[in-house]
Design a protein around this ligand. Structure first.
Ligand code: LRH
Length: 494
């Protein structure tokens, strides 16, 4: 049996990659064929995607991914982080480089929108937690900054849709990425025309919505000729990276919470319907779409950012540690000395992270972590306790306590974090795959080609291909006490 090959391009914070997935009928294997930088560019007062360079990198990925493969690669799909978009005119020209969500201007547009439609109402309508990065706020900016108004032939495409358009010539917005915008009806693949109208955003901006797993079209003849590659299809998968990662969770039933753990941690549950009440809004939960048309109710929390920033700072100071060494030092450090709130605004900016952690510990009257091991231990214990808190909150807003946590993404390489999470939460953590986003992207293409027939089958393939590791809870009484201390601490801070 010949394997089916597909290409998955994933644009993440800092870097992007093109991976070739090969499916043999029961297992998926992944091979990274191209990796590149993905840093936003500050130009004047704007922060932009470097779209042309990134499209060039995508082409390089196609060239490398198709080399020496026979039969040729069947299809390609792109996923990116949520909320960002580009504008294209009637002749298919990109109106400007797409803006990046970290741009400061968004706060002002959020305020403007909240004057017109209250936060509670927006949440109830869209299920999306109002945060300044959301498309709805950015888009009001794009409309208002155009003094003469946007031309009626202009269309908005989310970033994966924009890449797909220039690959295939087909315009559509895919449901999961659109579900991060705040512009859909909660839990539905339907633009909220009422909200759009109230904000004075032209309806003509919005193309049709398609479901994940839709074949959009073929790679254009021009690109086939330029890249000297055979024909291949362009597929809309779960083009929001989190949707792709969630598709790759090797779960056999629905009774689980997930953590997609990288720089950020996205923690939540899969549900048939969104949670739209005041409590879930107050606790900071949002509702986004999944590849099977369900909803994921989740919280966007800090992930390994604190640890990554400490490591970078130590490197600048010529203290070089591998991740394994840092984990080893943390293992040897005294347990439960001090905790921080990883999501606290004081940790948002880069540089001097260890110093800030020490300062916060001192301000809250805790033991100040002096050694490298103590700092790493403090971060990992705090993250695990934060996950425990989110699990409790999930139980509060949904009425059920998940019996297991599936952790995917780069965080699964951190064995200590996986174990601490199981200990703190009191439920097993099933860790892996680390490459969930690319794997989920590939498998949705395989689904579109009819080689598997459901999300359940996708997940069976994941379990067979990546042998996840299970961490059983240990020292639960000690961790329960730790959790109580952590909670009283975060109350003091609030
Ligand atoms: C994670 C993520 C998250 C949010 C944010 C903007 O990469 O996609 O789900 O949408 O980035």
């Amino acid at each position: 049996n010949q394997a089916t090959h597909v290409l998955a391009a994933d644009y993440g914070a800092g870097s992007g990659r093109v991976v070739r997935g090969s499916f043999d009928g029961s297992r998926l294997s992944l091979q990274e064929v191209h990796r590149f930088n993905n840093e936003p560019v500050q130009l004047g007062d704007g922060l932009y995607w470097d779209f042309l360079r990134l499209f060039h990198e995508l082409k390089q990925g196609i060239v490398k991914g198709t080399q020496g493969i026979s039969p040729s690669v069947r299809s390609i799909a792109v996923d990116t982080w949520g909320v960002d978009y580009g504008l294209v005119d009637g002749a298919g020209r990109l109106c400007s480089n797409p803006r990046h969500y970290r741009e400061a201007r968004n706060a002002q547009w959020m305020e403007e929108v909240l004057h017109m439609v209250k936060e509670e109402e927006q949440y109830a309508m869209s299920g999306v937690l109002p945060q300044q990065i959301n498309t709805v706020f950015q888009l009001l900016g794009s409309v208002r900054e155009q003094a003469e108004g946007l031309r009626t032939d202009v269309r908005m495409l989310f970033m994966p849709d924009l890449f797909h358009y220039y690959l295939s010539g087909q315009q559509a917005c895919e449901y999961t990425i659109a579900s991060t915008s705040g512009l859909l009806h909660a839990g539905e693949a339907r633009w909220n025309e009422h909200l759009i109208g109230r904000l004075g955003i032209p309806e003509t901006l919005f193309p049709k919505l398609v479901q994940p797993g839709t074949v959009l079209g073929d790679l254009t003849n021009e690109l086939c000729a330029e890249l000297r590659t055979g024909p291949m299809q362009v597929v809309s998968v779960g083009s929001h990276d989190t949707a792709s990662a969630l598709a790759a969770i090797p779960a056999m039933d629905s009774d689980f919470a997930f953590i997609s753990c990288g720089t950020w941690s996205l923690m939540g549950v899969e549900r048939d319907t969104p949670v739209l009440d005041d409590r879930s809004r107050a606790l900071g939960f949002t509702n986004e779409g999944t590849v099977s048309g369900k909803v994921r109710t989740l919280k966007n929390r800090s992930g390994l950012w604190l640890l990554q920033e400490c490591k970078r700072q130590w490197e600048r100071e010529n203290q070089l540690f591998t991740h394994e060494e840092l984990i080893q030092l943390a293992t040897l450090a005294t347990p439960h000395q001090s905790y921080v709130s990883p999501g606290d605004g004081v940790y948002l900016a880069p540089r001097n992270m260890a110093e800030r952690i020490r300062k916060q510990c001192s301000l809250t009257g805790q033991t100040v972590p002096e050694t490298t091991g103590a700092i790493v231990r403090c971060i990992l214990e705090s993250l695990a306790l934060e996950f425990r808190q989110t699990l409790d909150e999930l139980q509060l807003i949904t009425g059920t306590r998940p019996r297991v946590i599936h952790m995917v993404g780069g965080g699964v390489h951190n064995r200590l974090l996986c174990q601490f999470t199981a200990n703190a939460a009191g439920v097993p953590v099933v860790a892996g795959p680390a490459e969930a986003t690319s794997a989920g992207n590939c498998m949705l293409q395989i689904l579109a080609h009819g080689e598997v027939s459901s999300l359940a089958e996708v997940r069976e393939v994941m379990a067979a291909s990546f042998s996840p590791e299970t961490y059983e809870p240990e020292d639960t009484e000690l961790w329960q006490e730790a959790y109580e201390n952590y909670q009283s601490l975060s109350q003091i801070k609030r």
